[in-house]
Ligand binder design. Structure first.
Ligand SMILES: [Zn+2]
Length: 70
């Protein structure tokens, strides 16, 4: 049954330039198509992921800081 996220059984292969089924090894996961090490996100999605984390403000009235990054 596949009820989870899209990312549940796919990772990003930089060689195939897409999300692919993968094999799990001891430390890494490998693309089933080309055997390259796959990652959880593409660079682009990783950036989006981090951005969305930054935008999530902590609850509890913490003062907002002006921060200039990028
Ligand atoms: Zn691949």
């Amino acid at each position: 049954m596949e009820l989870g996220d899209f990312y549940d059984d796919r990772k990003f292969c930089p060689t195939c330039e897409g999300y692919v089924p993968y094999l799990i090894s001891m430390e890494h996961s490998y693309c089933v198509a080309c055997g390259d090490i796959v990652r959880l996100f593409s660079d682009e999605d990783w950036t989006h992921f981090n951005e969305s984390l930054k935008q999530r403000r902590p609850k509890g009235g913490r003062p907002r800081k002006d921060k200039e990054s990028a």
